[in-house]
Design a binder for this molecule. Structure first.
Ligand code: C5J
Length: 222
C-alpha cells in the first residue's frame, strides 16, 4: 500500500497496482480558443495553465506503471448520441456540431475533439469517448476498470465542477476510492473550482480526497 499523507481531508491510502489515472477531457475544444468552451463565452487561458502540471502527473503515473485513461467529451457526426436537451441548451455562439475554427464543435474525429498534443495518449492507453458529462454514462469505462482490477482512481482534467466532478461522483457511487489532483484540474470559474474541491472532501471525504501533483508524484516515485 502507498499513502499520500498530506492529502485532504486526511491521508489517502491506495494500492498502486490497483490504481488508475483518469484524465478528463483535456481537449482542444475546452482548452484552446475557438472551441466549445470559448463558444460558451469562457476565457480558456486558466485551463491552458494546468497543462504542464497535468503532463507531469501523467508522466509520474506512467513511470509508476499506473494505467492512464483519457476521456473526450464528443458526439457522433450525426449527433444521434446528443440529446436535444444538450444540443439546444443556452445560446452559445456555436452549437455542438456547428463548424468552427477547429472543425465541427465536439464531434468525434474533428481537430477540436482531440486531446491537446502535450497530453496526447501514449500507444496502448485507453481513450473513452463520452457523450455526457460523466465518463461512466454510455461508455465502457466500468468494464475497462473491472478488467484492470482497479479500486482507486486519481483524477485530473477539466472542468473541475462539470465533467471531473460528475465522473468522480459516479466513481464514488460505484465503490472506487477517488483522489483529485488539485493543480491538474481547472474551471472557467475560480469560485466553482474552489467550491468543488471543498465539497469533494467535506463530511469526511464524502466524494473523495484532494492532493497536489507534487504530493502524488512524490508517492508514485516521480
Ligand atoms: C463541460 C467538461 N464543461 N468537460 N465539459 O461542458 O467539463
Amino acid at each position: 500500500m502507498a499513502r499520500i499523507a498530506g492529502a485532504l481531508p486526511f491521508a489517502f491510502d491506495f494500492d498502486p497496482a490497483a490504481t488508475a489515472l483518469i484524465v478528463i477531457d483535456m481537449q482542444r475544444d475546452f482548452v484552446e480558443p475557438g472551441g466549445f468552451g470559448a463558444a460558451l463565452g469562457n476565457d480558456v487561458t486558466p485551463l491552458q495553465a494546468i497543462v504542464p502540471a497535468t503532463a507531469r502527473l501523467i508522466g509520474a503515473a506512467r513511470a509508476a506503471g499506473l494505467p492512464v485513461i483519457h476521456t473526450r467529451e464528443c458526439h457522433r457526426p450525426d449527433l444521434s448520441d446528443c440529446p436535444p436537451a444538450k444540443l439546444n441548451r443556452g445560446a452559445p455562439s456555436l452549437r455542438i456540431g456547428d463548424p468552427g475554427p477547429m472543425g465541427r464543435i465536439l464531434i468525434a474525429g474533428e481537430r477540436g475533439a482531440e486531446i491537446v498534443p502535450e497530453l496526447a495518449p501514449a500507444p496502448g492507453e485507453t481513450v473513452i469517448d463520452k457523450p455526457g458529462k460523466g465518463a461512466f454514462h454510455a461508455t465502457p469505462l466500468s468494464q475497462v476498470l473491472q478488467d484492470l482490477g482497479t479500486r482507486s482512481l486519481i483524477f485530473a482534467g477539466v472542468t473541475t465542477e462539470v465533467c471531473v466532478q460528475t465522473t468522480m461522483r459516479e466513481a464514488n457511487d460505484r465503490g472506487f476510492e477517488c483522489l483529485l489532483a488539485e493543480d491538474a484540474t481547472e474551471s472557467y470559474f475560480p469560485a466553482f473550482k474552489a467550491a468543488t474541491l471543498e465539497m469533494i472532501r467535506a463530511q469526511g471525504a464524502i466524494v473523495g480526497w484532494t492532493a497536489t501533483v507534487d504530493q502524488i508524484a512524490e508517492v508514485l516515485g516521480g
